[in-house]
Every structure is written in structure tokens, then in C-alpha cells.
Ligand binder design. Structure first.
Ligand code: AHM
Length: 344
């Protein structure tokens, strides 16, 4: 029997699990528990829309562009609003920031502020919505830095090492929520018949023997020599013990989730395709940091090719970063190739 399966008769809801995790911290007041549960609720609401996408006439674009210059999909707007509205009035959050907004999202004056900072990518991989490909929500939670007044941009610009919790909700063949508060990574599958996330993947560890490498190889001509040679090594050239299979969905949560369970490495390196984006496409705050936290909690590692993602001090809200994430030895090998061929 797989170690990750639920023992029959022992059903653990996400609420029960978060409460149990809270017992590890005797000083905890239950606020984080409630915040995580609010995010689980947001996931359920968003999932209810993603599964009805075509029917509910919400496929397609609003015709607007977001701060990244990309077309905003209607479901992005819905997901963004859902997370905001569930968290603006609870007194748990001091400030929010979302991939869809150019600036921080303050808590309205007439609502109380709380001790946490919530960062999120409401619907990652949204260019895949029209094609029924898995998409996801990613979140990161920090303590606020100062204890009074409204939350600030500084509260949002914290290193990944300071994270309190992070996770994602994947909308795929089933809906899953995967999270960590720094005590392992745990996965829950939404049972639509009871409307609850049930523990299905306790204590996820990235398998030691990796299966996959995941990268958009269509951009190969724009890569550095180090990244090109690293890819050849993954394919079995240059002394790699066994070639890995290529799997690339183009939806970060889905690519990460598969590699978390099967073992492997995902990378979106810096490339020369667009001079305005010398650091690749992915966002440090909303994508790279929270997933890197999960990777490390599952025994893996994440790097920008030169340093651990979790050690990077963010300088602005929409900062982009190269990302190599997955099995520790595979990510360290990427660093080694980059050190040898790219660092001048
Ligand atoms: P999005 O925010 O527009 O959805 O872009 C992020 C997505 C990631 O989910 C994925 O890893 C990446 O973009 C794929 O990009 P590409 O199509 O360049 O390979």
C-alpha cells in the first residue's frame, strides 16, 4: 500500500489537520488556522467556477491587461476577488498583495487589521483556462513586520526564510490543497460529495529517484550555455546516470505538483528572448518563494541558479526570477553548470 494513502476509517478534514498542526505551537492563537481555512474555502469557491467554466460563460478574456502586460482572464478576476473578499474583513490580515495588482492591497479603513501578510497568485497558468488544462492558486503568509498601523509594502517584501506558511490549490482532475506551516507538506483532496478537503497525501516527500524534467524547450535557443548543457545532462548526455522523461504542462502549479509526487526538476531559466525580462517569466513573491518553501519542506531545493530562492531579499512586488526547483541533487547540478559556464 502506498505510504501516502489514507488509512480507511481515519478521515482527517483539512480543518482538523490545521488545528492539530496548531498544537505544535502552544503560543498559537488560532488566527493562522482560520486564515488557512479561509484559503481552503476560497479554493472551494474557485474550484466550483473552474469546473463550470464553459457553462458559466466565463471562458475568455475581459479584454484588459494586468500589470504584467498579459491578458486578464475572467476567471483570474473572479479568483482574485474571491480571495480578497474572504480576507479583507476578518481582522487576520494586515495587507495583501496579488499578482494581478500593481500595488499592495490595503485592508479597508472600516475593517480591523491583523498580524498576517497574505500574498497570492489567484490563478496561475491562466493562459491554459480555455484548454481545460490544470491551473492553480498559490499563496504565501508572513507575519507583519510592525505591529501597528496599516500593513505596508515592506511587510510584503520579506525573504522566503521568514514565511509562516505557504501552499497551493490545484484545479485538475480533482481539486487539491497542498500546504506547509514549516512542519512538512500535506495534501488534501476535495471530496465534492461532502464539499470538504480530506487528507490524502500526508507528509509528502519528493521521491529520491526522479522521473521528470520540466522546461519549455521551445526557448532553448535563448538559453545560456550552462542551461543548455544542464538540459543535455538531464537527457542522459555528459554522464547523467539515466535520462529523465520530459513533461511540461506550462502551468507551474501542475508541473510542480507532478514533480513533487513523482520526483524531478522544473526550471524556467533566465533567457535572452525579451530584453525587458532578463530574469525569465516567473514572479519571485507569488510563485517562486511559496513553491520553494514547499520544495524544501518536502526534502527538495529551489534556486535561481546561483543562490537559494528562499535567501533572496525581494526589492519590488513584481520582481521576476529564474527558477530551478525539485530534487535537491538535480537543482544543485543546475547551479554547478551555471557556475561553470555562465558566471563570468
Ligand atoms: P501566467 O501567470 O500568465 O499564468 O504565467 C505563469 C505561467 C506558469 O504557470 C508557467 O510555468 C509559465 O507561465 C509557462 O510559461 P511559458 O508558456 O512561457 O512556458
Amino acid at each position: 500500500m502506498a505510504t501516502n494513502s489514507v488509512v480507511p476509517g481515519q478521515i482527517t478534514t483539512i480543518e482538523r489537520h490545521i488545528l492539530d498542526q496548531q498544537l505544535i505551537h502552544p503560543e498559537a492563537t488560532g488566527v493562522l488556522t482560520s486564515l488557512l481555512y479561509d484559503l481552503a474555502l476560497a479554493g472551494k469557491i474557485i474550484a466550483s467556477r473552474t469546473t463550470r467554466a464553459g457553462l458559466a460563460e466565463i471562458l475568455g478574456s475581459t479584454g484588459e491587461e494586468n500589470v504584467q502586460g498579459e491578458e486578464v482572464q475572467k476567471l483570474d478576476v473572479f479568483a482574485d476577488l474571491t480571495i480578497y473578499r474572504l480576507n479583507d474583513h476578518t481582522g487576520r490580515v494586515a495587507v495583501m498583495a496579488s499578482e494581478e495588482h500593481p500595488d499592495i492591497i490595503p485592508i479597508p479603513d472600516h475593517f480591523p487589521t491583523g498580524k498576517y501578510v497574505l500574498l497570492f497568485d489567484p490563478l496561475d497558468g491562466s493562459s491554459n483556462i480555455d484548454y481545460n488544462v490544470s491551473i492553480g492558486t498559490i499563496f504565501a503568509i508572513y507575519n507583519r513586520k510592525r505591529w501597528n498601523g496599516p500593513g505596508t509594502v515592506d511587510d510584503c517584501l520579506q525573504k522566503g526564510r521568514d514565511l509562516v506558511a505557504a501552499g497551493y490549490i490545484i484545479y485538475g482532475s480533482s481539486t487539491m490543497m497542498v500546504y506547509s506551516t514549516g512542519h512538512g507538506v500535506h495534501g488534501f483532496t476535495l471530496d465534492p460529495s461532502v464539499g470538504e478537503f480530506l487528507l490524502s497525501h500526508p507528509n509528502i516527500r519528493i521521491p529520491e529517484e526522479p522521473k521528470y524534467y520540466s522546461v519549455n524547450q521551445g526557448y532553448q535557443t535563448y538559453w545560456t550555455e550552462g542551461v543548455r548543457r544542464y538540459t543535455e545532462w538531464l537527457q542522459g548526455h555528459e554522464g547523467q546516470r539515466k535520462s529523465l522523461s520530459l513533461r511540461y504542462i506550462g502551468s507551474l502549479v501542475a508541473d510542480f505538483h507532478r514533480n513533487l509526487l513523482a520526483g524531478g526538476v522544473f526550471y524556467y531559466p533566465a533567457d535572452t528572448r525579451d530584453p525587458k525580462r532578463p530574469h525569465g517569466k516567473l514572479r519571485l513573491l507569488y510563485e517562486a518563494i511559496p513553491l520553494s518553501f514547499l520544495a524544501e519542506q518536502a526534502g527538495g531545493y529551489a534556486s535561481d541558479g546561483r543562490q537559494p530562492i528562499l535567501d533572496i531579499q525581494p526589492t519590488h512586488l513584481h520582481q521576476r526570477t529564474p527558477l530551478f526547483i525539485g530534487n535537491r541533487d538535480l537543482v544543485e547540478k543546475a547551479e554547478a553548470f551555471i557556475r561553470e559556464y555562465d558566471v563570468k
